[in-house]
Design a protein around this ligand. Structure first.
Ligand code: ZN
Length: 148
């Protein structure tokens, strides 16, 4: 279990240090900001969704703790190429992973490394911030999302 935990830590550190898809997407069909006042995390997500509802490209920018950055980075790698419905389904599974004792399913992929945050309720908001922002973007909400 310790080596597994270490591996998890490595993935999070890696994605925090070198976040994937960390850029402004221009033009973006959808975008939204997220703010987690509890921790100070801020994220803006950008999506390019085609007429069939498929996420052709996704990126993010922002500043936050290692958990929020790594989660946003991992999220962008997972959501590219997915439909909005698939993205919603994945978010539901991810949310269950970080808030309950649900066993991780295969389709969560590397997102399972974030399962450890379930021990730290305040960190759950860090881990889900970018996901909430994506949902807001897809729902075309004008207001920035807050986790509080
Ligand atoms: Zn945070």
């Amino acid at each position: 279990m310790d080596s597994l935990r270490e591996l998890y830590q490595q993935v999070i550190l890696d994605h925090n240090k070198q976040p994937r898809n960390f850029r402004v997407l221009d033009p973006a069909s959808h975008q939204a900001k997220g703010h987690n006042p509890l921790c100070g995390d801020r994220v803006t997500v950008y999506l390019d969704v085609d007429a069939d509802g498929v996420i052709q490209d996704i990126s993010f920018q922002g500043q936050g703790c290692a958990i929020s950055t790594a989660s946003a980075s991992l999220m962008t790698t997972m959501l590219k190429g997915k439909t909005q419905a698939e993205a919603d389904a994945l978010f539901n599974k991810f949310h269950a992973l970080v808030t309950s004792d649900a066993e991780p399913t295969d389709d969560l992929g590397k997102l399972t490394v974030l399962g450890g945050v379930r021990e730290y309720p305040s960190r759950v908001k860090c881990a889900t911030l970018a996901w909430h922002a994506v949902q807001a973007a897809l729902e075309n909400q004008a207001e920035p999302v807050k986790t509080e």
